[in-house]
Design a protein around this ligand. Structure first.
Ligand code: BGC
Length: 350
């Protein structure tokens, strides 16, 4: 059946339909498989049991009876069937069982903490029981507060405020509870040879471009964000991560350093537009550890500041480039949503 669907182009039509209705779907490129797959398939809401159809790189969940995709599904990527970078399959959580208030005695999540995290690197917490973290507060240098307010605890472990994910433990995340990141969205207008803004052929709106990196861990395009270090101001994280990942500041020649630092500092000191602050639907999330971020847009309106700097991928980035802001470009975690907000704010094409 699946072979028939693939051959006859039905998958394309299903994708188109999902897109038209604003529903998420997995983007799969046959034969191209990143080291860690961060892509996800939509989990369909159903009152029946789940069946799984496995294709090359996607898992589709269907039932024999009614299969109803939900347009407002809570944290979809956080329930991706296979935990990234592992062979661990999450306990499948249908939309109506995500909330902790739903009594679900059958829920038997898989416990998983990546071996790298278990080795206790400096950026990770030890196991609960072997240290005494203070949750819901700033604990030493580590910010264990959530942007969403107080989170609940169960058996001494923090509970994901967005609900069940099908995995307990920390997976790939270092901290129990919230793991704080910062996302610098650096934009400019797309211009022609004369410097005039290029309008999109369909929307007739000017096209924005943003600095995107290709993440080394999963091969997906993303905003060059990163984790907030203990005690670090978010404003500094934004500038540091952008410099490390998009300008390769860690290996920059001393002769170029002054000019780059000056331009970057000026742009990041300008009043940025805070696009988002809160929980992120990240494929690494678990029932006890999750991502939160602050995304800020810094816009080079004249195109003669950061736009003129040579981009060079560094640190966690495999590639870096200016990319047109457009709804059809698939991005990591919730990054597409952040760019949509930027496009709306700047009245640009989306
Ligand atoms: C990334 C950020 C991202 C966050 C949540 C971090 O690892 O660097 O760009 O927003 O995770 O997904």
């Amino acid at each position: 059946m699946i072979h028939f669907l693939l051959r006859s182009g039905w998958i394309g039509r299903i994708r188109l339909a999902l897109t038209l209705f604003g529903l998420p779907y997995t983007v799969c490129t046959p034969g191209v498989r990143p080291a860690i797959s961060c892509s996800y398939s939509h989990i369909f809401r159903t009152s029946q049991t789940f069946g799984s159809i496995r294709t090359n790189c996607c898992n589709l969940y269907t039932t024999g009876v009614h299969t109803m995709p939900s347009s407002s599904a809570p944290h979809v990527k956080s329930r991706c069937p296979q935990y990234p970078g592992s062979k661990i399959n999450r306990f499948l959580v249908p939309d109506d069982k995500v909330g902790w208030s739903q009594n679900w005695p059958q829920y038997k999540p898989v416990s998983y903490t990546d071996p790298l995290v278990a080795k206790k690197p400096v950026w990770a917490d030890p196991e609960i029981g072997s240290f005494s973290p203070k949750f819901n507060t700033v604990d030493g240098g580590v910010d264990r507060t959530s942007f969403g307010g107080g989170y609940k605890m169960e058996k001494e472990k923090p509970l994901n405020p967005s609900g069940r994910t099908g995995v307990t433990g920390r997976g790939l995340l270092g901290r129990w509870g919230p793991n704080h990141a910062a996302d610098p969205i650096v934009t400019r207008w797309k211009v022609d040879a004369k410097g005039s803004k290029i309008l999109h052929s369909v929307s007739k709106r000017p096209v924005l471009q943003f600095v995107a990196i290709k993440r080394k861990d999963c091969g997906e395009w993303a905003i060059p964000g990163g984790m907030v270090d203990p005690g670090e101001q978010v404003s500094l994280t934004l500038q540091r991560e952008f410099s490390e990942e998009a300008l390769n500041s860690l290996e920059i020649l001393p002769s170029e350093k002054a000019k780059i630092t000056e331009r970057i500092t000026k742009l990041f000191k300008s009043p940025g537009f805070q696009v988002y602050k809160g929980y992120v639907d990240d494929p690494r999330n678990t029932d006890n550890a999750w991502m939160e971020t602050v995304a800020v847009n810094f816009h080079d309106d004249s195109g003669n500041s950061v736009s003129e700097l040579p981009l060079q991928a560094g640190d966690d980035a495999g590639q870096v480039q200016w990319v047109d802001v457009d709804s059809s470009f698939p991005l990591y975690a919730s990054h597409s949503h952040f760019l949509e907000l930027v496009a709306k704010e700047r009245k640009a094409h989306w």
